[in-house]
Design a protein around this ligand. Structure first.
Ligand SMILES: C[S@@+](CC[C@H](N)C(=O)[O-])C[C@H]1O[C@@H](n2cnc3c(N)ncnc32)[C@H](O)[C@@H]1O
Length: 273
């Protein structure tokens, strides 16, 4: 059966998604929502979007809400995407933490893991005596499905093969047998990273130590200005003075009220006290 979504149903999902995930669905997204949810309706043998909405918002609907988020979120990412941030990390951030040899970094919308693993590769290759350093990378996302993929550290050959050969050799293991055609991130990278589900809409985050850098790239673009403002305010609180916020190349804090110093496009710094 092929249910069609009514305007009322679309508005209901729109409000629910905005409240729970912060993502603003405008009218052109109606087709997308219908396509992605349509399959879920069929899998669950539900005859209308209203029935699905009731399931998601009803008692015990939390699990299904996670599925819904998985269906609507865009997970596009890449290794070394927007390399300016990794260069900045190596050239500007690292020299300033040499004294303490401690680094706390949060990849706050980590998708399938390419971003936190790229952070780990950058640090690993830039630091000589890594055993003397205390490095922790928190990688989080709202989607449990994509987080599980990230935590597995397994990628198809063609994604990894775009990297220089020496990088692949240093940081990946080639799959054999059933895993042929796949590569797995080596332990010296994965042991730096903790994967957790974090919803950026939560009033507080599970972070105790002030952070040196927060990556929040290519997710704020889906949030409206008040949501961005609240989020950027929360990030400010979790950074140490002098810590950095990196955002995506098509994002800007120009119209958002905030207390950060602008360093260069997509890079902001919390002022020193
Ligand atoms: C396009 S990916 C960005 C990946 C990576 N940061 C990059 O720039 O390559 C956006 C990610 O944001 C996540 N996301 C969307 N809404 C979120 C929320 N409210 N809290 C946490 N993550 C969210 C999605 O699940 C998705 O994996």
């Amino acid at each position: 059966m092929n249910a069609t979504i009514t305007d009322k149903e679309f508005e209901q999902f729109k409000s629910l998604i905005y409240e729970q995930v912060g993502i603003t669905l405008d009218a052109p997204k109606k087709t997308l929502l219908t396509q992605r949810l349509g399959k879920r309706l069929r899998d669950l043998e539900l005859s209308s979007y209203q029935a699905y909405y009731d399931r998601v918002t009803g008692k015990g609907g939390g699990e299904e809400l996670t599925q819904l988020v998985d269906l609507i979120s865009t997970n596009k990412t890449d290794f070394f995407r927007e390399p300016v941030h990794f260069d900045f990390l190596r050239e500007e951030v690292l020299p300033h933490v040499e004294a303490t040899r401690t680094l706390r970094i949060w990849s706050s919308a980590s998708s399938s893991g390419e971003e936190p693993y790229t952070i780990a590769m950058t640090l690993n290759d830039a630091i000589r005596d890594r055993s003397q350093w205390d490095i922790k990378i928190l990688a989080s996302d709202i989607s449990t499905r994509i987080l599980a993929k990230a935590a597995s550290g397994v990628y198809d050959d063609e994604r990894v093969m775009q990297l220089p050969q020496d990088v692949v050799r240093r940081h990946f293991l080639r799959g054999k047998g059933e895993q042929a055609g796949k590569l797995k991130v080596r332990k010296h990278l994965s042991e730096l990273i903790a994967f957790r589900r974090v919803n950026l809409m939560a009033p507080a985050f599970p972070i105790k130590t002030p952070l040196d850098v927060i990556f929040c790239r290519n997710v704020m673009i889906y949030f409206d200005r008040p949501t961005q403002e609240t989020l950027v305010g929360k990030f400010y609180r979790y950074l140490r003075p002098g810590g950095y916020l990196f955002i995506g190349h098509s994002e800007s804090l120009q119209w958002v009220e905030h207390q950060f110093d602008y360093i260069k496009p997509t890079i902001y710094q919390k002022p020193f006290d």
